[in-house]
Unconditional design. Structure first.
Length: 323
């Protein structure tokens, strides 16, 4: 139900491949993405390249800071493995988390398959946010459970981030569990108590980043405006940033945007399929996130000085705008 990605020195890495998806997940994603114009049978053809470590090497690994990741509503964590690898390669243990009955499909170790789709969007509930707010609380409990299982007892070097609904869940998780020092919402609307209560506390200050797609920011999304207004009023959020990326779409920030280029099929996609991921290549998106996400976490966790990319316009990343 989780995937763990550890940074490994190149000299210690013997490359091996594992299936990108279990067969059940590949089949389910075929059914979900086919109406958007993506070909069936594609997802079962991908492998994920990873390092194979001997036991002695595993025992030698030093303690890296930990970042938990939550994917979008009704989206498997496995569609963010490429992103997790990118973030991990900068020196973080990244753990991606599935949320049964919310995630589209979760395959348990014993072979049980749990299908999701149980969270009802406000548009399908006459505007009510009751279902999504309950789902946020459950996601937050899942994230805290993972920290408990890893043995984190106190305020340490831990962060949480997510895409879309997972970004909103990151904020709720931080509100409920002050062991998380820093968090990032990647292009997700905000819901729940974080619109009315500030993050952080006198004893445990927190830091947060909003990361939007082109045209989605605190000037256009009332939930982001409300969140920022509450954050600014709060006295215990000690660092906050908001960025956007030109020519990005909501779907630019998951592996689908990378996999279409690996399969060399971007140009042949339908207009709808291209609209879903936007024009910016997935490899470039991950290069950007690899730099900005980890620079934010390093600084917010008190482990490195503030990187220049966090301060404004940067020639290496001209697509990125600090709002």
């Amino acid at each position: 139900m989780v995937s763990r990605f550890d940074p490994v020195l190149r000299s210690n890495c013997k490359l091996t491949q594992v299936p990108y998806f279990p067969p059940e997940v590949a089949a389910a994603e075929d059914d979900i993405l086919e109406p958007y114009g993506y070909p069936t049978g594609l997802w079962s053809r991908f492998n994920l390249e990873v390092c194979k470590l001997g036991r002695s090497r595993r025992e030698e690994r030093r303690k890296y800071p930990v970042a938990l990741f939550s994917a979008g509503l009704n989206t498997t964590r496995l569609f963010s493995s490429g992103l997790a690898q990118e973030i991990s390669s900068h020196g973080f243990i990244v753990i991606t988390v599935d949320h049964p009955y919310d995630t589209d499909i979760v395959v348990f170790p014993n072979g049980d398959v749990i299908y999701g789709g149980r969270v009802i969007k406000p548009a399908d509930m006459n505007g009510s946010t009751a279902s999504v707010e309950r789902a946020l609380e459950i996601r937050a409990q899942d994230e805290s459970f993972v920290l408990d299982t890893l043995g984190f007892k106190k305020y340490e070097r831990t962060a949480v981030f997510g895409h879309s609904f997972g970004g909103a869940a990151a904020a709720t998780t931080m509100l409920n569990d002050k062991r998380f020092r820093a968090g990032i919402n990647i292009d997700g609307m905000m819901f729940g108590p974080v619109l009315n209560v500030s993050l952080g506390s006198l004893t445990y200050p927190q830091a947060f980043m909003l990361w939007g797609s082109d045209g989605h920011d605190s000037l256009t999304d009332p939930s982001w405006t409300a969140f920022w207004n509450m954050t600014v009023k709060g006295k215990h959020v000690d660092y906050e940033k908001e960025f956007t990326v030109r020519e990005s779409a909501h779907g630019s920030y998951w592996d689908l945007n990378l996999l279409v280029d690996v399969a060399e099929m971007r140009e042949s996609l339908s207009e709808l399929a291209q609209l879903l991921i936007g024009p910016i290549p997935g490899a470039r998106v991950y290069e950007i996130l690899g730099k900005y996400v980890t620079s934010f976490f390093w600084y917010a966790l008190g482990l490195k000085p503030e990187d220049e990319v966090l301060k404004g316009e940067n020639g290496e990343f001209p697509e990125v705008v600090l709002l």
